[in-house]
Design a protein around this ligand. Structure first.
Ligand code: NDP
Ligand code: OXD
Length: 314
C-alpha cells in the first residue's frame, strides 16, 4: 500500500522521510516520483496541484497537513473519498496564543507605542480601557474559535461568537447564521476571524461587514484580527476602512496572495500588524504521528476522525 505525498510550497522530501519512518510497512512516495497509481490507498496533501489526485482507483482517504482544507476542496477533480483534517491540541493552543496576544496588543495600543518608540516619543495615555470594557466577537466557533473565545473570556474580554449553526457554550453569547451576522457585528469592538474558506465565506470581510462593527467602543474604532484565511478578506476594503476610520487597526496573519506581495501597503501601514501565516503551526512530527495513527485506526477499526463535510466544504 502506497502513501502518496502531494505537497507544494513545503519541503516534500522531509515529509516523505518522516512518514516513511512512522509507517515502515508502507511505501511513501512524493508526487512527481514514479509510482503505480493502483497502489495508492492514502494521500497526504498540502496544496496539491488541482487534478493531481484524479485516477487513483484504490484511494481510501485524503489527509490534509493542515486544519484548513480549502486547498483540497477547491480541486474540481477531487476524488470522492473522505478528507480528514488536522485537529491537534498543540495547534489549538498556539492559535489561542496568537488571538489573545493580538487582542491584548490592540487593547494596550501596542502598534502606537512601537511607532512612538521608533520616533523616540514619550507620550502616555493616562486612561486605557480595561479588557472588561471591550467586546470581542469571534467569527467561527469551531475547534479553534471556541478555544480562543474561552481564553479571551479568561482575560476578561466580553466575548461573543458567531457560527453557521446555533451553539450553546457556557459563558458565551452566541449568534448563528447569516441573519444574525449584523447583530453580532454591532456589538463587536474587536472582530476575530477563525472561519474556514468556503464558497459561503469567501470575501465576507468586506466594506459592508466592516461598516457593521460597533462604532461606540472604547478603543476609538473597531479592530480586525484575521487568522482564518486570506480569501475571507477584501484587502482593498480593509485599507479603505483604515483610511476613513471605519476600522482603527488590524492584525492579519493571512492574505489574498501569500506571500504578501512586497508592494502591498499593508506591510507599512502603521496600524496593521502583519504576520506570515504562522498564527498556529503544530510541529511536523506531531502532524505526522496524527496521520499515521489515523491510518492505523482506519485500517483496524474502520474509524476516521475529523472528516470534512463536502456539502459545506469544511
Ligand atoms: P472548524 O471546522 O472546527 O470550525 C469552523 C467554524 O466556522 C465552525 O464554527 C463553523 O460553524 C464556522 N463556519 C463555517 N462556515 C460558516 C458560515 N458560512 N457562517 C458562519 N460560520 C461558519 O475549523 P477550525 O476551528 O479547526 O479552523 C478554522 C480555520 O482556521 C481553518 O479552516 C483554517 O482556515 C484556519 N487556520 C489558520 C491557521 C493559521 O496559522 N493562520 C492554522 C490553522 C487553521 P459550525 O460550528 O456551525 O459548523
Ligand atoms: C492550517 C494552516 O490550515 O496552517 O493548518 O493554515
Amino acid at each position: 500500500m502506497t502513501v502518496l505525498v502531494a505537497i507544494s510550497g513545503w519541503e516534500v522530501d522531509d515529509w516523505v522521510a518522516r512518514l516513511s519512518k512512522l509507517l515502515p510497512d508502507r511505501k511513501v512516495v512524493a508526487l512527481g516520483e514514479p509510482f503505480d497509481r493502483r497502489d495508492v490507498h492514502y494521500v497526504v496533501t498540502w496544496k496539491h496541484p488541482p487534478g493531481a489526485l484524479a485516477g487513483l482507483p484504490n484511494l481510501a482517504a485524503i489527509f490534509s497537513l493542515g486544519a484548513g482544507v480549502d486547498h483540497i476542496m477547491s480541486d474540481p477533480r477531487l476524488p470522492d473519498v473522505p478528507v480528514a483534517r488536522v485537529v491537534d491540541p498543540d495547534l489549538t493552543n498556539r492559535m489561542s496564543e496568537y488571538v489573545v496576544l493580538h487582542a491584548l496588543a490592540h487593547l494596550r495600543q501596542l502598534p502606537r507605542y512601537l511607532g512612538q518608540q521608533a520616533a523616540r516619543v514619550w507620550e502616555d495615555d493616562r486612561f486605557q480601557p480595561a479588557a472588561g470594557d471591550v467586546r470581542v466577537g469571534v467569527m467561527g466557533l469551531g475547534v479553534l474559535g471556541e478555544d480562543a473565545a474561552r481564553k479571551l473570556s479568561t482575560m476578561g474580554f466580553r466575548v461573543a461568537g458567531w457560527s453557521r449553526r446555533r451553539k450553546e457554550i457556557a459563558g458565551l453569547e452566541t449568534y448563528a447564521g447569516a441573519e444574525a451576522l449584523f447583530a453580532f457585528l454591532a456589538r463587536t469592538d474587536i472582530l476575530v476571524s477563525l472561519l474556514p474558506l468556503t464558497p459561503d465565506t469567501r470575501g465576507l470581510i468586506d466594506r459592508t461587514l466592516l461598516a457593521g462593527l460597533a462604532k461606540d467602543g472604547p478603543l476609538g474604532g473597531p479592530v480586525l484580527i484575521n487568522a482564518g484565511r486570506g480569501g475571507l478578506q477584501v484587502e482593498a476594503d480593509i485599507l479603505a476602512a483604515l483610511e476613513d476610520g471605519t476600522l482603527k487597526a488590524a492584525s492579519l496573519d493571512v492574505f489574498e496572495t501569500e506571500p504578501l506581495p512586497p508592494d502591498s501597503p499593508l506591510w507599512t501601514h502603521p496600524r496593521v500588524i502583519v504576520t506570515p501565516h504562522n498564527a498556529a503551526m503544530s510541529h511536523p512530527d506531531a502532524i505526522g504521528r496524527l496521520i499515521a495513527e489515523q491510518i492505523r485506526a482506519y485500517e483496524e477499526r474502520g474509524e476516521l476522525a475529523n472528516v470534512v463535510d463536502p456539502a459545506v466544504g469544511y
